[in-house]
Design a protein around this ligand. Structure first.
Ligand SMILES: Nc1ncnc2c1ncn2[C@@H]1O[C@H](COP(=O)(O)OP(=O)(O)OP(=O)(O)O)[C@@H](O)[C@H]1O
Ligand SMILES: Nc1ncnc2c1ncn2[C@@H]1O[C@H](COP(=O)(O)OP(=O)(O)OP(=O)(O)O)[C@@H](O)[C@H]1O
Ligand SMILES: [Mg+2]
Ligand SMILES: [Mg+2]
Lengths: 257, 257
């Protein structure tokens, strides 16, 4: 079982869209995937058709020591499970900040998952912040996947998460996650800015940057409003094609270790 | 002097783009504006042509009690000033969480500004989170401006910040900010989703929703990569037109009190 954090402190770069649709495509290929929604805004939870519920989210295991297994829900897709989030999860940050162990707490709480249900992947959708929920995801993950939007601030954000946040956590022995992949998102081929962002990311990170690029397409924004993943909402469209290609590449890269 | 928070916990909805370009247009009209960058990612700082600097940001006043006036910098635009951010600002959240007074601390630190330099507006660019920096902005502001992206998650985000976060802070006497305005951003007229988001926001908030809508335009994404505001980068384009109209509407609404 691999634990993967999808993280980028910059907002609106496609973390949730990637967490939901990559997981759906992996489940379609027969992998058993648990999506953990670590964002109190619970976008991944609503995108997968569940209603955020104050009684069903990681606040209870993290703060009240309830068993993590009780928080897991099925989704309408076979092989795809969800640990939902809710606004209450925001309270975790202040509580854990006042305890000493905030980085290792999430890891402790998720430890029982390795025994459960033969999960292939646990995919964590992180919030757009540098707070404790996000840094806990980095501290817990085996692999880090960073979606990078093809916009000017995208490069700075990548440098921030990789060279500043992850590097200093690794130095302090708080994280062992490796930067497994960078996924270029919301690519709009008509803009020179998008192409220059792609060139710059690929030149600095030739191995980490996935070949698959996620194009900007209205359908990816519409799918969650119907509580559907892209492969259910628009299975023949460019968004579904791209996320299926991403899932294939994700699996292929793991075979090559 | 009015203190305005530009806030929305959802990522990538145009907070920074609005903070920078609305402020530039107000300065162009002769208003004296201070932009306060409250986001450790410092996007507003780089967009205004300054380099994030660990020695020049609100960490020092908030945590070390240094005078706030020492943190203020000129920009290359007349009438437009900046209190920059830097990654160091992220450390404020853990420090303030461990003290009792985290909501009122920013207000104390900014109090001297009312005496300074006859500022007309202080405009705070907030981070995409529900953490202490963002809630401090709500606790300090006279007015709250919420940019809402014309996407599905935009409606949930608006409900979140207004009905959950601001309402509970007001109930607890922690905030007196009123929801002065909702600004619809990144409007892509070709999508039915965008039009339905606009309709829904306007039907629930007829008075608060600004008439001006900010269209999606590549130039607004490119301007910060040249360290320019939209009125310098593309003064005749739709982005400049929209933000100038927004500034006019902003001033007009204040005359009508
Ligand atoms: N390739 C795409 N084409 C068009 N719209 C997209 C695409 N990817 C994501 N979106 C839309 O853009 C918005 C931001 O994407 P998303 O919510 O996945 O980003 P995020 O990084 O999770 O944001 P946050 O930082 O707030 O958690 C959403 O409304 C989403 O539906
Ligand atoms: N109207 C627009 N048209 C095209 N691109 C835009 C527009 N407004 C903003 N952008 C771009 O979209 C991205 C997100 O915008 P911005 O950074 O202003 O949002 P934000 O809410 O401040 O994000 P964060 O939550 O990360 O602070 C940026 O790359 C920005 O340049
Ligand atoms: Mg998200
Ligand atoms: Mg911003």
């Amino acid at each position: 079982m691999k634990i993967i954090a999808i993280a980028n402190q910059k907002g609106g770069v496609g973390k949730t869209t990637t967490a939901v649709n990559l997981s759906a495509c992996l489940a379609e290929l027969g992998k058993r995937v648990l999506v953990i929604d670590l964002d109190p805004q619970a976008n991944a939870t609503t995108a997968l058709g569940l209603t955020p519920d104050a009684d069903v989210n990681l606040y209870h295991p993290l703060v009240e020591d309830t068993p993590v297994e009780e928080q897991i829900r099925e989704t309408h897709l076979e092989n795809l499970f969800l640990l939902p989030a809710a606004l209450q999860l925001a309270g975790v940050e202040v509580v854990l900040a006042q305890q000493g162990n905030h980085h290792s707490r999430l890891k402790e709480v998720l430890a029982p998952l390795t025994e459960l249900d033969q999960l292939d992947y646990v995919i964590m959708d992180s919030p757009p912040s540098l707070g404790i929920l996000m840094t806990s995801a980095l501290a817990t993950a085996d692999d880090l996947l960073v979606p990078v939007q093809c916009e000017f601030f995208g490069i700075q954000a990548l440098a921030g998460i990789y060279q500043e946040v992850l590097a200093s956590m690794q130095e302090a022995g708080l994280a062992h996650a490796r930067l497994e992949g960078i996924i270029l998102t919301m690519y709009d081929g008509r803009t020179r800015l998008a192409r220059s962002v792609i060139e710059e990311v690929r030149s600095h990170f030739p191995k980490e940057t996935y070949k698959t690029i996620i194009p900007r397409t209205v359908r990816l924004g519409e799918a969650p409003s119907h509580c559907k993943t892209i492969i259910e909402y628009d299975p023949a469209g460019v968004g579904a094609f791209a996320y299926r290609a991403l899932a294939d590449e994700f699996i292929q890269r793991r075979r090559e270790y």
